[in-house]
Ligand binder design. Structure first.
Ligand SMILES: Cc1cc2nc3c(=O)[nH]c(=O)nc-3n(C[C@H](O)[C@H](O)[C@H](O)COP(=O)(O)O)c2cc1C
Length: 159
């Protein structure tokens, strides 16, 4: 690998999202940057998830998730949901749409999704998710992954 491999990867553009999950009983959420639209018909999102996350257990059981777009004034929210824990929704205003996945009321926009299938991707799993419902909730500019610095601790992972 070249010496500036991390710097090269950091030139890829990503937004910052909170992925809401539920197994039908418990809710949780985690911050994710590796999210992209994958199809128009049907409308699909591809989300890359570390299967070690507690949230992945809820996702596997429930088969649903929400993708919540964070605004550029919500880096503290990205930090909160970027830390491991159960029941991180406590203290946040949230609601549900069709699938039951928790939606952050303060996000710029959300996508309410059902998982279609998973693909293996190295140390991650790609969840291909069908968009069941979506809405723009609040005005603002999206938070960019490049604005979060090393919040995810990924600088250790390129070595
Ligand atoms: C800015 C940022 C981006 C992140 N992007 C991802 C991602 O795309 N996929 C992923 O699996 N984890 C990502 N993470 C890491 C998870 O949010 C983090 O490991 C979290 O603690 C998982 O929560 P849980 O263990 O409570 O489920 C990111 C973290 C941050 C701060």
């Amino acid at each position: 690998m070249s010496k500036n491999i991390e710097a090269a990867f950091k030139q890829l553009s990503h937004g910052v999202y909170v992925m809401g999950v539920t197994d039908g009983i418990y809710q949780n959420a985690f911050t994710a940057a590796w999210v992209m639209q994958a199809s128009f018909s049907p409308l699909l999102l591809a989300i890359s998830i570390n299967p070690e996350h507690y949230s992945y257990q809820l996702l596997k059981v429930g088969g649903v998730c929400s993708v919540n777009v964070l605004g550029d004034d919500q880096s503290a929210v990205a930090d909160h949901f970027g830390r491991a824990g159960k029941d991180k929704m406590t203290g946040f205003q949230w609601h549900v749409d069709k699938t039951g996945a928790p939606i952050l009321s303060t996000c710029l926009a959300y996508f309410d999704c059902e998982v279609s299938h998973y693909s293996d991707a190295g140390d991650h799993k790609i969840a291909i998710c069908k968009v069941i419902s979506a809405a723009r909730l609040n005005q603002g500019h999206p938070l960019l992954y490049s604005q979060t610095g090393d919040m995810d601790g990924s600088s250790e992972l390129y070595k």
